[in-house]
Design a protein. Sequence first.
Lengths: 218, 211
Amino acid sequence: MTNSIHDMGGMHGFGPVEPEPNEPVFHADWERRVYALQRAMGATGLWTIDGGRASLENLPPLAYLAASYYKRWFLGLERRVVAHGLVGEDEITAGRALRPGIRLNRKLTLDDAKVMSFANFDRPSAGPARFKPGDPVRTKSIHPTTHTRLPRYARGKLGTVEAVRGCHVFPDTAAVGAGENPQWLYGVVFTGRELWGEEADPAIKVSIEAFEPYLVPA
Amino acid sequence: MPADDHAHDHGSELSEMQLRVRALETILTEKGYVDPAALDQIVENVETKIGPHIGARVVARAWVDPAFKQRLLADATEAVNSVAEFDPVGAHLIAVENTPQTHNVVVCTLCSCYPWPVLGLPPVWYKSAPYRSRTVIDPKGVLADFGVSLPAGTDIRIWDSTAETRFLVVPMRPAGTDGWSEEALAALVTRDSMVGTGLPKSPEEQKAEAG
C-alpha cells in the first residue's frame, strides 16, 4: 500500500515538534535490541531495505500511529520473520524456538559487526539518463497499491531537475521481490506554490529524490 | 527528558515491549539466526562510534579549508572518505550549504531516512509525525518550534530524503570565530544545525553554557 499513513508530508493536526534536550541514543534497553535485531536480520539478505519499509507501511494506520519508531520496527520484523518462514506463529506465541532454524545463506558474525559498513545502492545504468539539470519535468500521478517512494504531495506536480544522482536500485520493484531494476535518480525541486497553492510562502522550495519512472518531460 | 520519565509516560507499553523483544531475540538466537555478541557490537557501534561529532568535524574542516569545502559540496562521500582521520561514510552523502540567502532543512516524510554515518541515529523528533508532516508545508512553523527564526527575506529549502541519498547541512560559520582551530569550531556545530532545525552556537552562547 502506498496511500497509507506513513506518507505524512503536508498533513495537518499532529501538533508541534517537541525537541528533547540531551536526548540519549536509545530510551529503553529493548530499543537497543530491536535496532540490533533489525540490522542483524537485514544482513541475512532475505529481504531488501525497501521490503522492510513496505512491511511497516502495511501496518494498520492506527497501529502505525500508536507505535513508537522502534516498536514499529519490531512489529515489522516480527511480521517479516514469520512471512519468510524463519519463525512459526506458534513460536512467537510460545516465546521460544520449537524447531531448529532453517539454513541461512548469510549470518552476521561478531567480526562482521565490528566493521561499520553502509550499503551502496548505486548500480550500472542500462541506458543514458533521460533528463539533465535544468529540465522541466512533471511527476506522474500514480497510486500503486505496492511500495513507492514518490510522496503523495509531490504527485502530478511541475518541477525542475536539479541534479542527476546516478543509477540506483528502484524501490518500487525491489520492495516486491521484482528485482533491483536500476533506474536513474534525480534531485527535483518544486516551488512551495506548486505544491501547496497560491497561499504558500514564496520563500519556500522543496525537493524530492525522484526515480526516472516517476517523471515525464514538461 | 531522561529515560525514567519516558518509562513513566509509557510504563505499560515498555514492560510489554521488553517481554516481546526478549522473546523474539530468544527465538532468533535459539534458531541460530543471530549471535547475541554481534548484537551487542551493533549497539556499541551506534552508541559510541557514530554520532554528530563526526558531522561536526566535517563541517569545521569545511569552514577552515576552502578546497575541502568545495570538494564536500561537489561530492560529500568522496570528500569525507578522502580524509584519512574520518571514518568512511558510505555512499550517497550530499552536503548542502547554508548562505545568507538560503537556509536548508532536511526531512524524510515517508519514513525517517537520516545520514547515520555522519550524525548517528536520529532523535525522536526527527522520526515523529509532527516533524515529518509539517516540515514540507510549514517549515517556518517547525523552525519556530526549535526557537529558530531566520532573518526576513531568507529562502528556505527543504530536502525530502525520498531515496538512499542522505543530506548534511553545512551551516554558516558563526561570527567572531576568526582564527579558531578546527577543533574549537567543531564544538560549535550542533546536531540540529546539520539537520537545519538549529544554528551553530555563537562563541557567546558557548561561553554562557560553560559559565
